[in-house]
Ligand binder design. Structure first.
Ligand code: SOE
Length: 379
């Protein structure tokens, strides 16, 4: 496969998630980063582009300029990664989708529900792919868990427990380790209505739905901001009722000392239980009801083809966050080439998260915020 010409919006010098996307895009050799509107000013964008070795003529001062100039070039970008704060997702994506350029966008979908609706329309009106980087769906053992659930390993699902605790907002924003992250992620104008529930609750919800194949039909949430003066929630407890009768509980927190990226999923059905934890990503625990718990290792005994298909190296050599992100990029590359050769967009996307996952995440945030406001009144 020839490499896909990639552009990036956001992700200038020192940005955590921009760096992750760049490594992920490069890992399997399917993309070349050739253009960027990497920072908020033309000068900073050029400086960041120079650090990455980009052609100075393709380091743009804004996404609008980049979309226009790249669409006009015969060797213009075929895809763009949008790794800005959330409030920029929609305007940036719209510009590239309108130019027929495939979009790979960070989560959550947008900052507001109005933008989410407009994003859905922009995707519907474009022939280009829209991929949302719910990266946890790319882990081999998550793919295996999904396949095992579909094959009946836990039977009829009754209980879904998902938690995503972090601790990096335990201190007030101004003292937090990574101020830039903390600054925009705690600002409703740039982040949206959800704090922890938007930033990591949407990942947890997406993971639960991806593995179980279920979707919530109602919820009750309690959102709290413990950080002094913080406007968005930094802790959320959510009770979930899934279509079909299963019940769930989701906890997202960024004020839980000792937890760095503690995403963990547990599923219990009438025939067994399954457990996966992001910080031990190469393992999966399966308990067929009445039998001892089996520890299944990536590429080891008990490994499922759904997981081994997206593993890169032998068992015992840990794969994790970057590789799972890279899996999404590699699958995106295949999907882009398939669409370019005439395959239908939805078929080409396969398991990759897209606009409907983004809309589900936005509905989840809105329902959590509304429920928490409503129920806060009862005392
Ligand atoms: C910060 O909370 C963050 O970087 C999230 O935004 C990511 O989506 C998550 O994967 C790690 O934590």
């Amino acid at each position: 496969m020839t490499r896909i010409r990639l552009g990036m919006v956001g992700g200038g010098s020192g940005a955590f998630i921009g760096g992750v996307h760049r490594i992920a895009a490069r890992l399997d050799g399917r993309f070349d980063l050739v253009a960027g509107a990497l920072s908020s000013t033309p000068a900073k964008s050029k400086a960041s582009g120079a650090e990455l070795g980009l052609d100075p003529d393709r380091c743009y001062g804004s996404f609008a300029e980049m979309a226009k100039a790249e669409a006009a070039r015969a060797d213009g970008i075929e895809a763009v990664a949008i790794v800005t704060p959330n409030h920029m997702h929609y305007p940036a994506a719209r510009a590239f989708l309108a130019a027929g350029i495939h979009v790979i966008c960070d989560k959550p979908l947008t900052a507001t529900d109005e933008e989410a609706e407009a994003m859905a329309q922009a995707v519907a009106g474009s022939g280009a792919l829209f991929i949302l980087t719910h990266n946890y769906t790319g882990y081999p053992m998550v793919r295996q868990a999904r396949a095992m659930v579909a094959e009946g390993a836990v039977g009829q699902i009754r209980v879904v427990q998902v938690e995503y605790p972090q601790d990096w907002l335990t201190d007030p924003v101004e003292q937090a380790g990574d101020n830039k992250q903390a600054e925009w992620r705690t600002d409703p104008a740039r982040s949206g209505a959800g704090g922890s529930v938007g930033d990591i609750g949407t990942h947890a919800y997406n993971l639960a739905c991806f593995v179980t194949g279920l979707a919530a039909e109602s919820l009750a949430a309690d959102l709290q901001s413990f950080g002094p003066g913080r406007q968005l929630d930094d802790n959320a407890h959510v009770l979930l009722r899934f279509a079909g009768g299963a019940r769930g509980m989701l906890w997202s927190s960024q004020v839980a000392p000792g937890n760095e990226n503690g995403l963990r999923l547990r599923i219990y059905g009438d025939r067994g239980g399954l457990e996966w934890a992001q910080e031990q990503p190469n393992a999966l625990w399966h308990t067929p009801h009445g039998e001892p718990t089996r520890l299944i290792r990536r590429n080891g005994s008990g490994a499922h083809p759904a997981g081994t298909a997206v593993s890169r190296i032998p068992a015992g050599h840990p794969e994790g966050y970057l590789e799972a992100f890279a899996t999404l990029y590699s699958e995106a590359a295949e999907a882009i080439r398939a669409v370019q050769q005439g395959t239908d967009r939805d078929t080409a996307r396969g398991l990759l998260p897209g606009i409907e996952d983004g809309m589900a995440g936005m509905r989840f945030i809105a329902a959590c915020v509304a429920s928490s406001r409503r129920d806060a009144a009862w005392t």
